[in-house]
Ligand binder design. Sequence first.
Ligand SMILES: [Zn+2]
Length: 211
Amino acid sequence: MQGQPSNRYYQSSPLCPICQDAKETFEHFLTCPHHLAQEARTLQLTSLADALGKLRTPCGVTSTILQGFHHWIHPPNSCSRAPTTGSLAGADIVLTAADHEQFHDLGWYQCSLGRISIKWQQAVEEYSRRDNLFLDSSLWASSFIQLLWSYTKNLWQHRNEFILGSTPEEEATKLLAKLHDQVSYHYAQFSSDPTYILPRHHHLFTQCTIV
Ligand SMILES: [Zn+2]
């Protein structure tokens, strides 16, 4: 998304720590094409679908939400359309409108942050009435928002574990590797230009060799 700040507050490099291929905006973090990021997203989308099932979400609503995520991350060649597009059934028409508003007006990035179209709730209400599901659609909508927050939070945790490690041992290994890189960098700078540091500090680089 243009105009988004880079990640200067999150780490020292503005690049995505996973793919190292693009500036890490929050939208890039949510759509990073690296296979490790994709694997984490697939896992979290499966969890999201399971959780929607536990809320007794109508199947058509769940599949439309999952398709929306998929089309946002992997845009189709043609315009994204809800699976219910063209159906004249009342509930299907509302679901098609929900998908259209979320995808084309609000954006799926906003959905990832919990900013959902009100029409999702209306669609759930329509299916609930049609199929005698007795769902509380407003409770469903607030639960859906919480699930979206969990989805994004879990991906953020995955991103942080990629940088810092997920266990104390991994954290120590990654920290040591980072320190070693910094030491190597400073040695290289000093060997190419001894004025890189003050003469009185030269002993730091001449008394020991880098291992
Ligand atoms: Zn990336």
